[in-house]
Design a binder for this molecule. Sequence first.
Ligand SMILES: Nc1ncnc2c1ncn2[C@@H]1O[C@H](COP(=O)(O)OP(=O)(O)OP(=O)(O)O)[C@@H](O)[C@H]1O
Length: 672
Amino acid sequence: MERISEKRYPLSAVDYKLYEEVGEGVSASVFRALCIPLNEIVAIKVLDLEKCNNDLDGIRREVQTMSLIDHPNLLRAYCSFTAGHSLWVVMPYMAGGSCLHIMKSAFPEGFEEPVIATVLREVLKALVYLHAHGHIHRDVKAGNILFDSNGAVKVADFGVSACMFDTGDRQRSRNTFVGTPCWMAPEVMQQLHGYDFKADIWSFGITALELAHGHAPFSKYPPMKVLLMTLQNAPPGLDYERDKRFSKSFKELVATCLVKDPKKRPSSEKLLKHHFFKHARATEYLGRTILDGLAPLGDRFKTLKAKEADLLMQNKALYEMEQLSQKEYIRGISAWNFNLEDLKSQAALIQDEDMSIAEKQDTDKKKDISNDLKVPVEEQSASNHSEGTSTLDKEDGFNNLQDLESSLASFPVKPLQALKGCFDVCGDDDVNNTSPRDLDHSYGRVDNESSGPNKMSPQNAITQPKKFFTSSLQPDNFPKKVTDVDRDYLQTKYPSERNHSGPLLYRQRKDISNFPSVDDTSEGAVVQRRGRFKVTSADPSSMGLSNNSSGPVAGSHTPTPTSPPKQNLMVASILPSLQCILQQNGLQREEIIKLIKHTEQSYAGKNTESIEAGAVDILQAPPATTREKELHLQVIQLQQSIGSLVDELQRQKMKNVQLERQLSSMNNKIEK
Ligand SMILES: Nc1ncnc2c1ncn2[C@@H]1O[C@H](COP(=O)(O)OP(=O)(O)OP(=O)(O)O)[C@@H](O)[C@H]1O
């Protein structure tokens, strides 16, 4: 066991000389530095306290944990002090950088098995220590595994770690949603019964896959989708076909960790005895195999930053979006804390196009996806048989939400079906061809602003963009330009890149704004803030909808805080349906008006005399010429279409009325 250093590190900024930047996190930059009195190279994490908002408690916790730990595989803090508006945390300098950075720089397809075994064994030793001391790390991932110049491994980032022996607020924090979605254990997402150190074992399993492939499973999907996939799909794993290069014992190790039931996962201590670790070597092996030949950390960091800037510049739109959202998002991924029901209602609004985009972008990863998503449970870990097995229907992407749909079965028109109908009305191109600027406008982050369609000017479109569906602002074509490795890095650094949580909402808004009978589409004021997510409320009247219409995301009604979650979900889902029906009605009405105009014009143009005379009924007087006969036929056809459209309109109106009644009675029930 490493002894806590007897050296006394100075507690004043003047005693340190900052060199180049070697890393960047949520609200911190990490610098290589010289501790002048000790003549020692250290790393200093400089946290801008002003940017940390209210998270001083989290910072205090991280620094406290970092100072107290005493294990060779955990990155400890030598000391910390404030300097102006910053907090400086002095720690050992890890010249190799993070595992994620190394993969990005030199191993985009992942590492060989002996490297993986060696790294994972070291990480596991750190977890054994942490768990034995009552800590859950909660953010185990390649980005938090650091190497020194000799290949020694240290797990970093205790920003979100929790102590299992805590009481009060901190104990409660273990019932919150913390971690990074791709690495996050299902029980952490569910927040039903809290979680324990087994959550780290899940993240450890995901990290194993990350090291094997160069990216975490599901990393190409938006965070909300990752959550749903993790909860509802069979756990990811190494595939016997695709991952031939890996041993059976590695596959078993991964399968053992990625069991949805935390009780069935082994403890870190037990896992350390797994026969897979027989493949592990001394850490010097890492120095030789993965660190040798790499540029100095500062240069690599600069290169990655430049590459990242390049990627962002390639898609200026993305750049603009990220300017607005990255800090919040990055903060968000390490400290998610929001309500799963909100999440589900937002996820219900995800159209599955990201799936097809991802596939288009990355055809050779198709198998990957099918393995991750569609491999029958039997092919996964045997222990996972009883776990979630739903496959993802790429046609509509809605069977993730079967429970939602069935809960709405009592409605005359199932909302999700109505939504599908809406998609038919609004083509994909509408979304894909729309500039991100338009997207901004359509999302209209115009809290407290009454904004009709034509009021969505660039000036007023974004007033509070950061936390609001960050990623839905991403242009759909961005992933095409990003490789798997880039993707993973960006997923960590700019995780919203793939988050297309908004197209449906966008479409609805856009369509409504084009719809003449809906007066105003102003975006609602934010009424609830759950972590990075906001629940919005629009003025119902401004939506041109009944007061009973409701829906936390697309909608017009503040959910009753005391409502049972399922009812909230139902209420949340009705509004989009109503909007769709209204849109359809509107479109049909427009059609009818056009047809009537067309009919009148034809009639007026070709039968001026008859009309002027007002005596001849075009339908009764037999047409004289062939042309007249044609026109006559046309008029009859047009009248027939008008008739059927009017019928359809009536039907839709009836449905509207029924839905509104249902909604109103539901609201009454909820209020009771
Ligand atoms: N001691 C160190 N030596 C060398 N590089 C480091 C050290 N500590 C951190 N880094 C680099 O700086 C990056 C950011 O540091 P860190 O993860 O601590 O910040 P953070 O704000 O907690 O980030 P996040 O919450 O996004 O994981 C790391 O990913 C790593 O590449």
